[in-house]
Design a protein around this ligand. Structure first.
Ligand SMILES: [Zn+2]
Length: 322
């Protein structure tokens, strides 16, 4: 070890070619297996030695930096797989098998035959017994009671007696989108009309929950698409927006998920989604800017490629005028 480090130090000013020569000589003397192992040792020793050196030749520094970087990049990749395997092992196998086998698309948002994503424990909730449902409700009620106690309230006073249950039920309604899937909502309402002009549904009211503060953000969503012959039942667009809004969200992701879902379910020439909303977490707390509205957009397909199409959509929904 010490010898290698000193060797690296002495070699580093003379350049990488010298070190390669030395490695080559040593490998030619030894067998192939030894050759590999010695190279590995040489690499690890280099990487260890170079930070100690402080100022090696630039070429050497690059290689030493890139080697551990590759390792760092490689390490996170296998670890999620391992984690997934672990979760597969811990979760009931039925859930994962069903989710994997029934997924027709690689979409991160839609699982056509199963449940929309993310769906942690969704299937268990849907298939739970009455007693399990009651147990879950009791846990939620307990959590709300704790919240009330922690803010200085008396959960046993008359006005608050039923609040834990009411809030638990309200919360389940705010997040009912986890239990829905796009296939059920669309329910075959796709019609081959040969229509290829822009379709816009604007001012769709959206109520969602900020995942960072668990308070609502509300606003309006505008959805436009250019069909590729097939059109979708016009009422389905607000329902798709509703599905993704009734989850814990951030506005950026909500906009993107709605666009991706329509793109995937309808396969149009393009989809554009714009959302303007007011975030209670910003209005009621934090910066307390009550008149701010946040606008997010996601354009796919021809809306992304053609500026003219995009501008037509923006002028039709009236976002450009302000
Ligand atoms: Zn927030």
């Amino acid at each position: 070890m010490v010898q290698f480090e000193t060797a690296a130090r002495s070699e580093s000013p003379s350049g990488s070619s010298a070190s390669e020569d030395r490695k080559g000589r040593s490998s030619s003397k030894s067998s192939k297996h030894r050759d590999r192992s010695s190279k590995k040792r040489a690499h690890t020793d280099d990487s260890k030695a170079l930070p100690i050196n402080g100022g090696p030749v630039k070429a050497e520094r690059r290689s030493s930096v890139s080697k551990p970087a590759r390792d760092f990049r490689d390490k996170p990749e296998p670890s999620p797989k391992k984690k997934k395997r672990k979760t597969v092992a811990t979760l009931p196998p039925v859930v994962d098998a069903a989710a994997e086998s029934s997924t027709r698309s690689p979409s991160p948002v839609i699982d056509f035959d199963g449940l929309s994503r993310p769906s942690l424990g969704t299937r268990e909730r849907l298939e739970e017994s009455a007693t399990q449902k009651e147990e879950r409700m009791e846990r939620m009620k307990g959590a709300v009671r704790t919240l009330l106690e922690c803010v200085g309230e008396d959960p046993d006073r008359e006005g608050l007696l039923a609040t834990p249950e009411r809030y638990a039920k309200a919360m389940l309604f705010f997040t009912k989108g986890y239990q829905e899937n796009v296939r059920d909502i669309v329910n075959g309402a796709i019609f081959q009309e040969g229509h290829n002009e822009m379709v816009i549904v604007k001012d769709i009211e959206v109520f969602s929950m900020c995942e960072h503060h668990l308070v609502p953000f509300t606003g309006k969503m505008h959805i436009g698409y250019i069909p590729s012959n097939a059109v979708i039942g016009i009422s389905k667009l607000p329902r798709i927006a509703e599905l993704f809004a009734r989850r814990l969200q951030i506005q950026e992701r909500l906009t993107r998920e709605v666009a991706n879902a329509i793109m995937e379910v309808l396969k149009p020439q393009g989809v554009a989604v714009v959302m303007e909303s007011s975030h209670l977490c910003m209005v009621m707390r934090g910066v307390e800017k009550t008149t701010t509205s946040t606008i997010t957009s996601c354009v796919l397909g021809c809306f992304e490629r053609k500026e003219k199409t995009r501008n037509e959509f923006l002028s039709l929904i009236g976002v450009n005028r302000r």
